[in-house]
Design a binder for this molecule. Structure first.
Ligand code: GRF
Length: 204
């Protein structure tokens, strides 16, 4: 059984899509063991509880980044998400990770980002795409490396930018695709079909 830990900060719609894919049997041999939020009020924690998954708030107040991340590792391990065998998913997690945390789960940590990376890394990717006037944007699932939004790309989906789009309309069109792309990527990982070759991810 692949034990998954999900790090969240907000709404939790990607978390929900992954939980539903596991419950539907679309993703087999995996379960979400714990959902951790830096924000105790995040809706994502309610999503976890609704699906009977352990929901843990780990606020960062008064802790250095390294101390906070060590606490995350402690909670992940405490729920069976082991560095050599588990999987950590960032799903709207709004904090920069320490190199130590990234190293601990190297090759076993994924993120979803609302643009076609390497275009528009960082915050408000949809607004960046609108400002730049691209006609196509999308979403990317990638393995996490210390540099933000820069890891080996697992899967991408293109989404059209329409005349008259604003940040909200483009974000929601991309989000619909995120909800399909992230579970599909987790399924590939759970089936052992992803192989890291340098900067590239081979899908078998
Ligand atoms: C998504 O757009 C994701 O790509 C980005 O943060 C947002 C999280 O949304 N990293 P949700 O919390 O999954 O609803």
């Amino acid at each position: 059984m692949l034990e998954i830990g999900v790090l969240v900060s907000g709404r939790g719609s990607n978390l929900e899509a992954i939980l539903e894919s596991i419950e539907d049997g679309e993703i087999k041999g995996a379960r979400v063991a714990v959902v951790i939020s830096n924000d105790p009020d995040a809706r994502a924690l309610k999503v976890a509880e609704k699906h009977r998954v352990s929901a843990v708030a780990v606020p960062s107040d008064g802790l250095t980044r390294e101390e906070h991340d060590r606490e995350l590792v402690r909670v992940l391990k405490g729920h069976g998400v082991e560095p050599g065998s588990g999987l950590v998913l960032l799903a709207g997690y709004m904090r920069i990770l320490s190199p130590g945390l990234v190293r601990t789960y190297s090759g076993r940590m994924m993120n979803i980002h609302p643009s076609l990376l390497p275009a528009f890394p960082g915050t408000r990717a949809q607004m960046q795409a609108l400002d730049r006037g691209v006609k196509v944007s999308g979403c990317t699932v990638h393995f996490v490396v210390p540099e933000v939004d820069a890891g080996p790309i697992i899967a991408q989906k293109a989404v059209e930018v329409k005349e008259g789009d604003d940040e909200a309309s483009l974000s929601s069109r991309i989000l619909r695709q995120e909800h399909r792309l992230y579970p599909r990527s987790v399924k590939l990982f759970a089936e052992g079909r992803l192989r890291l070759v340098g900067r590239r991810v081979e899908v078998r």
